[in-house]
Write a protein that binds this ligand. Structure first.
Ligand code: SF4
Ligand code: MG
Length: 333
């Protein structure tokens, strides 16, 4: 079946005072309906820029310089701003870490939830109001009638996040992009919000892209995982193989930084070093300055994508000759 979303060789660049920077460097992946893909990596690895590229919400100095983004068969990179706006908030929705940036402080919750319903679904004000109340109920907000009349600052952080999810789901999107949606919340509320997203995904058969740096969230949410490093996809696989058999040294490092409550000897083992500066010329594998296994070859030549097994791919020279000999061609189509 045609994938809900298929990103092909996406390259996203930024014009800055120091020149052109590539924030996303030839990333490909796809997503099916009813599936959750977690994109993981450190802040600055390109995961948020990947999602903003899909949404057509790049800052004014950013652009998609090549590649394609097929959503339900249509290449979003070919659409006008107006056509994209119609898809956004209707068929594709996004939720962010800090709902205050998405909610307008000067309008009531009711106004903000009605507006997209009247605009995209052509509901009357009254119908939109009824549907708004229904949506707030659906995301577990008590006294929804009262909440409709309140302003964002009158709600707790967890309630605001629920409102944002309700707004994101108002038009029954087929794709939900969630960028670190629970990072700012305490653990109990975080677990509730993740459960809610899972439940709504099942109910609406949405595709979900969940962006996170937290492997605990990945374990909770993902069907498949894509690991990004310095603008590149370095590993991709189903969640079970990524956890049981991580191949890339960077993925292994991310997994080691997940606290294991059963292990008394556990010590936090962060990955030493920092992401390369984006305008730094870096030959070879972009992870080599931080990699304990780096060889001369790694410093000279960027590794291609190797197939570990069906659906599991890695960009690391270590893989060559370990399980297979040939790079996986067009691995993610
Ligand atoms: Fe490390 Fe080399 Fe693999 Fe890069 S290609 S992750 S430097 S072993
Ligand atoms: Mg981010």
């Amino acid at each position: 079946a045609e994938a809900l979303l298929r990103v092909e060789n996406l390259v996203t660049t930024f014009n800055t005072a120091e020149g052109k920077l590539s924030a996303v460097r030839g990333v490909s992946f796809s997503l099916q309906k009813g599936e959750t893909l977690c994109i993981v990596g450190e802040s600055g690895c390109g995961k948020s820029i990947t999602s903003l590229s899909i949404m057509g919400l790049l800052p004014s100095n950013g652009e998609i310089s090549s590649g394609a983004i097929y959503f339900e068969g249509t290449d979003l990179t070919k659409l006008s701003k107006e056509e994209l706006r119609r898809i956004r908030g209707n068929k594709i929705s996004m939720i962010f870490q800090e709902p205050m940036t998405a909610l307008n402080p000067v309008f009531t919750i009711g106004y903000q939830i009605r507006e997209p319903l009247m605009l995209h679904q052509k509901l009357s004000k009254r119908e939109a109001h009824e549907r708004g109340i229904e949506l707030l109920k659906q995301v577990g907000i008590p006294f929804p009638e009262k909440r409709m009349k309140q302003y964002p600052h009158e709600l707790s952080g967890g309630m605001r996040q629920r409102v944002m999810i309700a707004m994101a789901l108002a038009c029954r999107p087929s794709l939900l992009i969630a960028d670190e949606p629970t990072t700012a919340l305490d653990v109990t509320i975080q677990a509730q919000i993740l459960d809610l997203i899972n439940e709504l995904k099942e109910k609406l058969n949405m595709g979900v892209i969940m962006i996170t740096h937290d492997m605990g969230v990945v374990a909770e949410m993902a069907d498949r995982v894509m690991v990004m490093y310095a603008g590149e996809k370095v590993e991709e696989g189903d969640v079970a193989s990524i956890f049981a058999n991580p191949r890339h040294p960077y993925t292994k490092g991310l997994l080691k930084s997940v606290p294991n409550v059963d292990d008394e000897q556990y010590e936090l083992e962060p990955i030493p070093g920092t992401l390369p500066n984006l305008n730094e010329k870096l030959e070879g594998c972009r992870f080599h300055p931080r990699c304990p296994f780096a060889t001369e070859k790694c410093r000279a030549q960027s590794p291609p994508e190797f197939k570990v097994k069906e659906g599991h791919y890695v960009r690391c020279w270590l893989e060559k000759g370990v399980d297979i000999d040939e790079p996986a061609a067009a691995a993610t189509s």
